[in-house]
Design a protein around this ligand. Sequence first.
Ligand code: FAD
Length: 335
Amino acid sequence: MSVWVIAEQRDGNLQKVSLELLGKGKELANKLGTNLVAVLAGYEIEKLAKTLIRYGADEVLVLDHILLKNYTTDGYTKAIEKVVKCKNPEIILIGATNIGRDLGPRLAARLKTGLTADCTGLDIDENSKNLLMTRPAFGGNLMATIECPNHRPQMATVRPGVFPLPCPDEKREGKIQKIEVDLKEKDIRTVVEKIVKSLEDKVDITEAKVIVSGGRGLGSKEGFELLKELASLLGGVVGASRAAVDSGWIGKDHQVGQTGKTVRPKLYIACGISGAIQHLAGMQDSEYIIAINKDENAPIMSIADLAIVGDLYKVIPELINEIKAYKNSCEVVNI
Ligand SMILES: Cc1cc2nc3c(=O)[nH]c(=O)nc-3n(C[C@H](O)[C@H](O)[C@H](O)COP(=O)(O)OP(=O)(O)OC[C@H]3O[C@@H](n4cnc5c(N)ncnc54)[C@H](O)[C@@H]3O)c2cc1C
């Protein structure tokens, strides 16, 4: 009956989404009156189990095997399928990362059950006790809530960044159980020859506390230089709308929205962004939103905590000057 989270680790580092899922998973488990289990697969990763417990897991199933060192669809599916069949969880949550999106459907097909991909909301139906899995559909114009009433486990992949990171509790205790993994080299058809990490200036906008985001209203690639200056003064990073990314002004890594990343910084400054629903889907949970736009009727203005109507090329340089003057005059504020 338990709720499971498949914890994703890369090079021995837990992915943030797995911890976010533990927070949400705990809530679902409490509603069902059951426990929360994390499944941790990899090689020599047992030390991560304690972190999973601190973040909310009641029990951690550790699948440790040399053939699970690198992620492969075959290896991970086979190992996890076996424990699922043996323990029959009620719900399985997986982060919708590149790896999670690969593993989820393969596992669901093996288990002959339903999977909702890329969810942005999860809840338990009070009457049926089924998992309610909500995700944007039709290009984000419709939110679909999907149930899987007749098959178990109910499976969902979940967008990174949509659920808040729970606070770790150093005193929490839980059970760590090692599961024997029966894998042979011939089970794995993929040969991982090399893992190459991009040397590009990669940004992780999902971790930033301040995001200064630019859209088509910037009018050119150079506009981002101005945003970078503002962002660095605030200790933040630069985000973008899809229109700006599609125009080739900035890399896809910076894209916020339904087909980009979901962010929830303390401060989101939207500059020259109209606020299309697909963009809002990725940033509307930010703690404080400032919108700078020429058009007072742009949809972004109605969700902004502070809406500045004006030309961003006038407003931002003034803002930069004010912040510099403030920083010179008194102690630096840590946001
Ligand atoms: C399936 C699908 C997925 C999508 N996924 C995403 C996504 O992940 N992220 C995303 O962002 N979009 C996404 N989109 C696109 C989305 O629908 C919008 O087209 C896009 O967000 C618009 O970007 P924008 O706000 O930068 O541009 P626009 O809508 O063109 O808005 C530009 C704004 O800038 C203002 N402006 C112009 N000049 C100035 C100035 N000098 N000073 C101040 N303001 C100025 C204008 O008033 C206007 O409001 C998706 C669309 C589809 C169909």
